[in-house]
Design a protein. Structure first.
Lengths: 197, 197
DNA sequence: CTCTATTTACTTACTCGTCAGTAAGTTTAG
DNA sequence: CTAAACTTACTGACGAGTAAGTAAATAGAG
């Protein structure tokens, strides 16, 4: 792996763990084993590094989502939830970054990523419309449906520690906390059920 | 309103708008019309001010949620969603703070607030269990249900600008973006439908 | 083929702004 | 008179960004 790729990888870890602002380039540089100035050799500034972290992954996500075939809406919706979920599983750094972007109104979201997000939502919109046309789904606000899926998945990941703390508070230690992997099909079923006529 | 209360009010605005880290006490002091040191007269440090901002509101939220009568589970679940939603409407600063806390795993969440959250979840758990006992709801993971409700509502607020940008990208300008107020009953219906046997 | 010029990929050692937090002094209310 | 409620003016740390220098690879001219 090139130094540049290593920088992106380590940076994505820090951005994920502590957020854009608290992530310091000194730390990233230290962990990669280069000087901070080396980062500035490869990237214009901190934000450009953040962009590099986000954009490639977003592109991948938009890619797989766009492959979904709309024709059988219920199946397509299940696929949508599963693909999103699996993406988060395969890109563990992403949940936190995504969640933070949603939390602060996508303030740091690079434009290209916003465009990818639009494509993703467009697909969901198409699934819902096809479902409506076929009489299997009711008319829906696609933004809300999107949030019911995405924010649930993303925040399920980020709130793991909180859930464990809360479980202790409620003395429900028996109830072993389910991982995201187990949640995905469950959420898919719930969403489908919620939207069906 | 006392100076101390004014500080809390203005601080909650800044914490909400830019997050804990980017919110500066200099800005808060300036807007209140006191010196920064005045804040330190009333609060031990920045985190103590944040605690003050969070705790009182969380207490209120836990209060109303706890008033819900569990006996008719479907009604209770609708009330749960509505009370949460109305709380966010009445406390506009809260969505962003809440969303950020969820996004970074409740890293800055004061313990007392975590306890309030436990109480809130306990109520939802009770509603779901009563529903299960009465045979109206299926057995559920209360954490996931909680997230489907809370993260959807909270992020619906925080992503308003993003939604508008995305709408422009998709040329769906006709589709006027619905406010949180209109979303609440809709979400309540969806959640109930998703959980019903 | 080899000597020089240039570019690539960095390093060291700094600056500069920002911001939490503080020490010490001052005003105001009871 | 004294305690509460401040203010002014500062410190100290941290972190983004930079200037200037360097070693090694590569290209190009003779």
């Amino acid at each position: 792996m090139s130094k540049k790729e290593q920088i992106v990888k380590v940076a994505s870890k820090y951005f994920s763990e502590v957020g854009y602002d608290k992530a310091t380039l000194d730390d990233v540089a230290k962990e990669v084993g280069v000087s901070k100035a080396a980062i500035y050799y490869h990237f214009k500034d901190k934000f450009a590094l953040y962009e590099a972290v986000l954009c490639s992954r977003f592109k991948d996500l938009a890619q797989t989502i766009c492959e979904i075939d709309v024709l059988v809406p219920i199946k397509a919706l299940r696929e949508y939830v599963e693909k999103f979920g699996n993406f988060l599983l395969e890109n563990p750094c992403f949940s936190a970054i995504f969640a933070r972007e949603m939390a602060d109104g996508a303030m740091n979201m690079p434009q290209s990523c916003t465009e990818q997000m639009s494509q993703i939502l467009k697909k969901l919109s198409a699934i819902l419309q096809e479902g409506e046309a076929q009489g299997v789904f009711e008319k829906e606000n696609p933004f809300m449906v999107q949030l019911m899926i995405v924010s649930t998945l993303v925040n399920y990941r980020t709130t793991r520690k909180l859930r464990i703390t809360v479980m202790k508070n409620l003395n429900e230690i028996k109830n072993i906390d389910a991982g995201l992997k187990d949640i995905i099909p469950n959420l898919a079923n719930k969403i489908i059920k919620a939207l069906q006529c």
